[in-house]
Ligand binder design. Structure first.
Ligand SMILES: NC(=O)c1ccc[n+]([C@@H]2O[C@H](COP(=O)([O-])OP(=O)(O)OC[C@H]3O[C@@H](n4cnc5c(N)ncnc54)[C@H](O)[C@@H]3O)[C@@H](O)[C@H]2O)c1
Length: 311
């Protein structure tokens, strides 16, 4: 990777990924793009272009202008939002992806896009979910993610595009608030714990989902993109996770730092149904074996870091 175009760069992942990539590869070599422009480090610390990913022509022009050799395609509508507007989600998630893959094919670049644990469904084995398993999701987001994984594999086999991806679990960060996913509660709980020592979870007690701290997610992206292609048996997309947790586990950990913290529940049936259709705990062995995935943070160290950064 020498010159990287990032779409959806102002989102939860993008805003931290761009900063990290600029540190690693040089500010002028990371071209951040998004459909909106806000006052932020991403816009100010290096090249930024307004780009709607459904506009393939403009994407190609920007990629050519900066002579990029890598595309990191992040722009998407997330799980909970996609369920409230499924047709829009299909057009954005699939239209944006195919445009980005076409630019990658045209310019012969490396390509990264994140899939999700949402690519699994109710018939997927729930515990130690294997890398290669049944994928029949029941959400529009999941349908988009499975289709996206297949499309990325197709571009690799058919056109030789160097596509790589991970299935991210819920990502937790103190920098940018999440953008409408099912695991957003795991970020909100820390903000609310610091602000008012209380949180009302829309996810039911006892609902296990995979999670990971953002610094580990960013390291995983860079490590996978730098990995020796000869070692990759899989490409789109690798299971990655750092912990399998339910709301009460966050409560326990937060109470160690803020004893007055209380957790209550007011379950949102839409997001709960999505959570119930996802695995409890996925198996990341393939990522560990093929490119050395090794998350540094567990629930305990992440909680300590989150609370100290937010306080
Ligand atoms: N955050 C997570 O926990 C998580 C977990 C698994 C997978 N992912 C995947 O990672 C990727 C990035 O997720 P995120 O959490 O940063 O999302 P986000 O919702 O925080 O950000 C998405 C960004 O895309 C931009 N965008 C929306 N429509 C656009 C368009 N038409 N053209 C260009 N930009 C547009 C938005 O302005 C926003 O800045 C997505 O593919 C998502 O499915 C995220």
């Amino acid at each position: 990777m020498k010159r990287i175009l990032v779409t959806g760069a102002l989102g939860q992942i993008g805003s931290e990924l761009v900063t990290k990539l600029r540190e690693e590869y040089g500010a002028s070599n990371v071209i951040a793009t998004d459909i909106r422009k806000i006052d932020s480090e991403v816009v100010e610390s290096g090249p930024f272009e307004l780009l709607d990913v459904t506009d393939g022509k403009l994407m190609s022009e920007i990629a050519k202008k900066y002579e990029v050799d890598t595309i990191m395609h992040l722009a998407a509508l997330l799980s909970a939002k996609a369920e409230s507007n499924p047709f829009f989600a299909w057009n954005l998630n699939m239209g944006g992806l195919v445009n980005a893959l076409e630019v990658s094919r045209e310019l012969n670049t490396q390509f990264f896009t994140p899939s999700s644990i949402g690519a699994f469904g109710p018939s997927t084995p729930k515990d130690q979910t294997p890398q290669d398993t049944i994928q029949r999701p029941t959400t529009m987001y999941g349908v988009n993610k499975v289709s996206g994984e297949l499309l990325c594999d197709y571009y690799y086999h058919k056109f030789g595009v160097d596509t790589r991806g991970v299935r991210f679990p819920g990502l937790i960060s103190y920098v940018t608030l999440p953008g409408g996913g099912t695991t957003d509660y795991a970020v909100e709980i820390y903000y609310e714990a610091v602000k008012r020592q209380a949180y009302t979870s829309y996810i039911q007690e006892g609902t296990y989902m995979d999670m990971m701290y953002m610094p580990d997610a960013l390291d995983a992206i860079i490590q996978l993109m730098e990995a020796d292609p000869n070692k990759l048996k899989h490409r789109n997309a690798f299971n990655v996770t750092a912990m399998s947790v339910a709301p009460e586990h966050f409560e326990e950990e937060i109470k160690k730092h803020i004893p007055a913290f209380t957790l209550s529940y007011n379950v949102d049936p839409i997001r709960q149904a999505i959570a119930d259709s996802w695995p409890n705990a996925i198996d990341a062995t393939a990522a560990k074996e093929e490119w050395g995935f090794k998350p540094k943070y567990d629930l305990c160290s992440m909680t300590k870091d989150m609370l100290s950064k937010l306080s």
